[in-house]
Design a protein around this ligand. Structure first.
Ligand SMILES: NC(=O)c1ccc[n+]([C@@H]2O[C@H](COP(=O)([O-])OP(=O)(O)OC[C@H]3O[C@@H](n4cnc5c(N)ncnc54)[C@H](OP(=O)(O)O)[C@@H]3O)[C@@H](O)[C@H]2O)c1
Length: 230
């Protein structure tokens, strides 16, 4: 975990979020070679204790945590705050067609609200609260998702994964901060952490202003300010 002063610096920008313009942070836990899972989807655990505690600290500083349905089907995460003190954020699952199993842990009735973001025509089991987003039949509009979450009072939003979900939000320019937690581990094959729109020239690559922190057990945290080019 970054020290106390770093900790305060980290979370101060989150407070800028408003209902009209929520603050959006995305996190990626990846290997040295930029993978977030093996080809078979095994991803537990690339990062070690301090990085996992950092992820829980981010959850404790946001109003909503967002994951794609791919992550729910692969990992069945609970998405609550357990490794640090703090309140669990609302859970938001992007599931355009309604593929979520009713027994998914993120739908547990434990007092933490859960919402599914889906297409208008998606059929979901009774009892699941939905945010229905109009679509042009390809992707759900990332801006419309963030706008809807803001309108429901979520001022600070964590996009926790997986790769496709984070990539859509970054491509749309919706992410303010990206926290990349790099573990000194080489997987060598498997799912890439990001899959952004192709660019031709390196000058078009994102090169955000970035601060780095070495965490207690050797993982490195890159705190990238996507609103400020280096
Ligand atoms: N290391 C980490 O930090 C981390 C964190 C989380 C997950 N993971 C790993 O990541 C893997 C899952 O990632 P993934 O990329 O395969 O899946 P994902 O991003 O979790 O989910 C992708 C799916 O979510 C839906 N979706 C998300 N954004 C959308 C949008 N804007 N418009 C329409 N649909 C949208 C689509 O569902 P439909 O296909 O139904 O349309 C899409 O196929 C797992 O192996 C998991 O273990 C790693």
């Amino acid at each position: 975990m970054p020290n106390r002063a770093d900790h305060a610096a980290f979370f101060a920008p989150f407070e800028a979020g408003t209902r009209a313009r929520p603050f959006v942070v995305a996190q990626l836990g990846q290997s040295l070679d930029g993978r977030i899972a093996t080809l078979t989807g095994d991803s537990k655990y690339i990062n070690r204790g301090a990085a996992l505690a950092h992820l829980h600290a981010i959850r404790a500083h946001v109003d909503a945590v967002v994951v794609g349905i791919g992550t729910v089907l692969a990992d069945d995460p609970l998405l609550t705050v357990r490794l640090v003190e703090g309140k669990s954020p609302a859970r938001i699952i992007i599931d355009p067609s309604g593929r979520i199993p009713v027994a998914a842990k993120c739908l547990t009735r434990d007092g933490v609200p859960s919402f599914v973001v889906c297409k208008p025509e998606a059929e979901l089991p009774h009892g699941i609260t939905t945010f229905r987003i109009a679509t042009d039949n390809t992707k759900l509009c990332s801006h419309a998702i963030i706008r809807t979450l803001g309108e429901h009072g979520f001022r600070r939003i964590l996009i926790e994964g997986g790769a496709q979900t984070i990539s859509h939000f970054i491509d749309a320019g919706c992410v303010d901060r990206l926290h990349v937690l790099v573990a000194p581990m080489i997987i060598g094959s498997g799912k890439p952490a990001l899959d952004l729109k192709p660019i031709h020239d390196l000058q078009d690559a994102l090169r955000p202003r970035t601060r780095t922190y070495i965490l207690d057990d050797g993982d490195v945290l890159f705190d990238c300010d996507l609103r400020s080019p280096a």
